[in-house]
Design a protein around this ligand. Structure first.
Ligand SMILES: O=[N+]([O-])c1ccc(O[C@@H]2O[C@H](CO)[C@@H](O[C@@H]3O[C@H](CO)[C@@H](O[C@@H]4O[C@H](CO)[C@@H](O)[C@H](O)[C@H]4O)[C@H](O)[C@H]3O)[C@H](O)[C@H]2O)cc1
Ligand SMILES: [Mg+2]
Length: 354
C-alpha cells in the first residue's frame, strides 16, 4: 500500500545518529592529546548528521543503515546526479549524461527505493541533489550547466517521483540566502521549484526545500554580515520567509529544513560566494524541531562537519580555485575525505560552545 504522508516528518520522532560519522569523530578524538579538546570532540559524535550517498556503490550500505535506524529517522542525501556540480570542480561525480548517466542515475534511485521498500517501519528524510537546480537558476551562462539543464530536471523529477513511492520525505536543495536569496534570483528560483514540484506529481512526500547545505549562513544573524550588502535576505530566516510565500502563491505550500552544521561563526568570509573549507567556521545550532519558524520543520546538520569540501592540490583533477582561495583552509584533501585540522577548528569555534 502507498504510505500516506503526515505533516512534519520530524514531529515526535527521534533521529538516528549516524554510526559512520560517529566513527570518523572517534578517530578524530584519538588523534588529539589535549584532554579538554578530546572531551569536546566526543560530544560531536552524538549529534545526528545526514549520510551522503555520493556514489552508486554506497547504495549497498543502505540496508544496514535502515536496520540500525529502526523506527528512528534515517537522514540521507541523494547526491549522484550526472555532470554533478556543473559550475564547480571540487565535487564532480562519477556519472556523465554523455556516458549513459541518465539510465545509471535511474538505477541508483531505483536501488535506494527498493532498499527502503524492503525495510518496514523505517522513516527516511532525504535532501535531494545539493547544488543541482540552484545552478540552473544562476549559471546557465556556464555551458557545463546549460547543456544539461533539461536532463538535470528530468533526473530530479525521476528521483522525486520514485522515492515518493517508498514514502521518503523529501526536501529539494535550494541553495542558500547568498545564492538564490538575491533579488535577481529568488523569483526565478520560486518559479522553477514549483514547476519541479508539479512535474513530480505534487506528492505530499515532497515536503519542501533544504537550505544552506554545506554553507555557513546564520539561521538568524544578529546583524547583516558586510558581505551580504545589497541582499535584504542576509540570513536563512529572511531567505525562507521571502521564498515560502512566493512558493505558496505559485501553488506549493513548501516547508523547509536548514543546515546549521557549520554556521556557528559569522563574518568569516571576504566574499559571500566563497564556499570551500572556509576558515574560522564553527559547528552551529544543534539539530532541533524547536525552530521558532512555522516554515521550518527542523534545524539539521546536513554537511557532516570535518568532511572536506574539496582539495587544495592545484594539480588534482577536481581542483577548484575556490579551495585555494583567500578564505579557504589549506592544505585540504579531496571532497568528502576527513579534514582533521578543519574539524578541530569547527569544534573550537563551535557556537553554542561544546
Ligand atoms: O549586488 N549585486 O548586484 C549582485 C549581483 C549579482 C550577484 O550574483 C550572485 O552572487 C552570489 C555570490 O554572492 C552567487 O552565489 C554563489 O553561487 C555559487 C555557484 O555559482 C555557489 O557555489 C556553490 O556553493 C556550494 C556550497 O554552498 C558548493 O557545494 C558548490 O560546489 C558551489 O558551486 C555559492 O555558494 C553561492 O554563494 C550567485 O550565484 C550569483 O547570482 C550578487 C550580487
Ligand atoms: Mg560541494
Amino acid at each position: 500500500p502507498v504510505p500516506t504522508a503526515s505533516g512534519n516528518p520530524y514531529s515526535g520522532k527521534s533521529v538516528w545518529n549516524s554510526e559512520y560519522y560517529a566513527s570518523e569523530v572517534y578517530a578524530a578524538a584519538a588523534m588529539v592529546t589535549d584532554t579538554a579538546l578530546k572531551a569536546k570532540i566526543s560530544k560531536v559524535a552524538s549529534i545526528p548528521t545526514f549520510t551522503w550517498f555520493d556514489t552508486m556503490a554506497k547504495v549497498a550500505d543502505l540496508p544496514g543503515y535502515l536496520r540500525a535506524a529502526g523506527s528512528s529517522i534515517l537522514q540521507i542525501v541523494v547526491y549522484d546526479l550526472p555532470n554533478r556540480d556543473c559550475h564547480a570542480n571540487a565535487s564532480n561525480g562519477e556519472l556523465l549524461y554523455a556516458n549513459n548517466g541518465a539510465a545509471l542515475y535511474q538505477q541508483y534511485i531505483d536501488g535506494i527505493t527498493a532498499a527502503i521498500k524492503a525495510s518496514s517501519g523505517s522513516t527516511v528524510v532525504a535532501v535531494i541533489e545539493p547544488d543541482s537546480l540552484a545552478n540552473l537558476v544562476t549559471n546557465l551562462s556556464d555551458s557545463r550547466c546549460s547543456s544539461v539543464q533539461d536532463q538535470y530536471k528530468a533526473s530530479v523529477v525521476y528521483a522525486l517521483k520514485t522515492l515518493a513511492t517508498a514514502g521518503v520525505y523529501m526536501y529539494i536543495d535550494a541553495g542558500h540566502a547568498g545564492w538564490l536569496g538575491w533579488p535577481a534570483n529568488i523569483s526565478p528560483a520560486a518559479t522553477m521549484f514549483t514547476q519541479i514540484f508539479k512535474s513530480a506529481g505534487s506528492s505530499p512526500f515532497i515536503r519542501g526545500l533544504a537550505t544552506n547545505v554545506a554553507n555557513y549562513n546564520a539561521l538568524t544573524a544578529a546583524s547583516p554580515d558586510p558581505v551580504t550588502q545589497g541582499n535584504n535576505n542576509y540570513d536563512e530566516t529572511h531567505y525562507i520567509n521571502a521564498l515560502g510565500p512566493m512558493l505558496a502563491s505559485s501553488g506549493w505550500n513548501a516547508q523547509f529544513i536548514v543546515d546549521q552544521g557549520r554556521s556557528g561563526k559569522q563574518n568569516i568570509r571576504s566574499a559571500w560566494g566563497n564556499w570551500c573549507n572556509i576558515k574560522n567556521a564553527g559547528f552551529g545550532l544543534r539539530p532541533t524541531t524547536s525552530t521558532g519558524n512555522s516554515y521550518i520543520d527542523a534545524i539539521v546538520w546536513i554537511k557532516p562537519g570535518g568532511e572536506c569540501d574539496g582539495t587544495s592540490n592545484t594539480s588534482a583533477v577536481r581542483y577548484d580555485s575556490m579551495c585555494g582561495g583567500p578564505d579557504a583552509k589549506v592544505p585540504a584533501p579531496e571532497a568528502g575525505q576527513w579534514f582533521q585540522a578543519y574539524f578541530v577548528d569547527l569544534v573550537t569555534n563551535a557556537n553554542p560552545a561544546f
